[in-house]
Design a protein around this ligand. Structure first.
Ligand code: HEC
Length: 104
């Protein structure tokens, strides 16, 4: 019983973080997956078409960017990536939380 209470408290404490990357995954699947792939590895067809290297989102190079930089990529675009208008600033934060879960 006591274990159950402790686990419930832990679950409650962990919830905001879990909720953010859960919402982030939903936005990611809708707005990013087509180009970046389900696991962030990148869609080779898109990379070829746009003649760019899509760095895996879980790679050290991408993960070393700050949350603010990653958010900016989503809202402002970068290089050949256009801003993702379907994602609001708030959702962009959740997507960044999700990108952090892809870290290798
Ligand atoms: C239409 C295709 C497309 C979509 C949709 C797209 N991206 Fe991109 N993304 C790209 C391309 C292409 C690049 C590389 C840009 C360049 O280097 O010129 C890129 C680059 C990035 C980078 C920088 C990676 C690095 O090398 O530092 C991040 C982070 C990123 N995208 C995140 C996202 C997220 C999050 C979403 C969804 C909200 C998203 N992208 C949606 C095509 C896309």
């Amino acid at each position: 019983m006591r274990v159950f209470v402790v686990l419930s408290v832990l679950a409650l404490l962990a919830m905001p973080a879990v909720a953010a990357d859960h919402a982030g995954k939903a936005s990611y699947d809708k707005s990013c997956k087509s180009c970046h792939g389900a696991d962030g590895a990148g869609n080779p067809g898109i990379a070829k078409m746009l003649k760019v290297t899509l760095r895996p989102l879980g790679s050290a190079e991408v993960q070393k960017s700050s949350d603010a930089d990653l958010k900016k990529v989503i809202t402002d675009g970068t290089g050949k990536m256009k801003p993702v208008a379907a994602v609001t600033a708030k959702q962009a934060g959740d997507v960044v939380a999700y990108i952090r879960t892809l870290k290798k």
